[in-house]
Design a protein around this ligand. Structure first.
Ligand code: HEC
Length: 323
């Protein structure tokens, strides 16, 4: 009995100490922690609440976020890497990233909120981090925002530079968009980036079912873009052309054609903000039970003079098994 009381008292003292001391920031920045503003990765004051209030104060910062796939399976897990460069340029820094749905799992030098909806650095001894992300079971668009800081490691919040993910690191709130697909729909292969560095993302939030319309949805393109989507029956050959086929010889390096084209449809992509354009393509499927189990392949294309000399950005490939 006496030992129990004593250990309870000790635990109480430890909890009190932990909450009274300011958390050391070189071990990361998560929303909801002591002194950290809400949404530190996607809105002001962000890191500037304690560090220099202006982004890019000591040199322009670049925040790169690279998930292995952008069009992901519901409940699926993808590796992600993050990197912060620029600023004082010593290869030291930190970051905070938040997701609108799903959860991050920490790697060796990162940690997350208990809910996994935000992730941050664990020390200041590097400027790149590797971790994983598990998509929610609900299909649709997921948005990530990120802020990173390149530091001089002087143990003070001075001389450091923070910035946001996006084409202009001084501007908060530009998200990286992922698409979480419906059951029996899957993304494959990368696309190639267009205006503002956004890679077009193709997904579908309902399965392909006979006798119904199957909608493929294109996000992460510039608002007002002219886009088209192809439906094909193969991801390995387009007539006599083996796939994937790199459009480098036409002036679009690393833009790969990922499926054959049996049908194509065009659509405008209205929207707002950097990468905020969205287009939907509807594919009516015949009510023929013989189609069940067949796989359809899709890829979308964006007319984008900023992409390359061909003026074309391309999405990931998408495949859907008919139900
Ligand atoms: C609540 C205040 C606060 C906020 C908000 C904050 N920091 Fe800090 N940060 C500090 C303090 C204080 C230090 C210096 C003490 C230390 O190193 O622990 C620091 C130091 C650091 C360091 C270690 C570098 C050094 O010179 O010691 C990194 C990396 C860092 N912060 C990254 C970030 C990032 C990235 C953000 C925004 C996503 C951020 N911080 C937001 C208070 C804050």
């Amino acid at each position: 009995m006496r030992t129990r009381t004593k250990s309870l008292l000790l635990t109480g003292a430890a909890v009190f100490l932990a909450s009274a001391l300011p958390a050391p920031r070189s071990t990361g920045v998560l929303p909801g922690e002591f002194g950290i503003p809400p949404n530190p990765s996607g809105s002001f004051p962000a890191c500037g609440a304690c560090h220099d209030p202006n982004p890019n104060a000591n040199g322009v910062v670049k925040v790169e976020i690279t998930p292995q796939l952008l069009s992901v399976d519901a409940g699926g897990t993808v590796p992600v890497s993050a990197r912060v460069t620029g600023g004082p340029g010593l290869g030291l820094g930190g970051f905070c990233m938040e997701t609108s749905a799903g959860r991050f799992q920490a790697g060796t030098n990162t940690r997350t909120t208990p809910a996994g909806d935000a992730i941050t650095h664990l020390d200041k001894f590097g400027n790149s981090w590797a971790f994983t992300y598990t998509a929610p079971n609900t299909p649709g668009v997921v948005r990530w925002t990120a802020a990173g800081q390149s530091v001089n490691a002087d143990l003070a919040p001075t001389g450091d530079s923070f910035g946001f993910y996006g084409p202009n690191s001084g501007q908060p709130g530009v998200p990286l968009r992922l698409y979480v697909n419906a059951p029996a729909v899957g993304g494959f292969g990368a696309g190639c980036a267009g205006l503002d560095g956004h890679q077009p993302v193709l997904g579908a939030s309902r399965s392909a079912t006979i006798g119904a319309s199957f909608d493929t949805e294109l996000v992460s393109v510039f608002p007002g873009a002219f886009t088209f989507c192809a439906l094909g029956d193969s991801a390995t050959a387009f007539g006599t052309l083996p796939l994937p086929f790199d459009l480098a010889i036409l002036g679009a390096p690393n833009c790969l054609v990922r499926c054959s084209h049996l049908f194509t449809q065009s659509a405008a992509a209205p929207g707002q903000g950097s990468g905020g354009g969205r287009a939907v393509f509807s594919w009516p499927l015949p009510n023929d039970p013989g189609l069940r189990g067949a796989t359809l392949f899709f890829q979308a294309f964006v007319l984008d003079p900023a992409a390359n000399s061909l003026g074309l950005a391309v999405s990931n490939g998408l495949k859907a098994q008919i139900q």
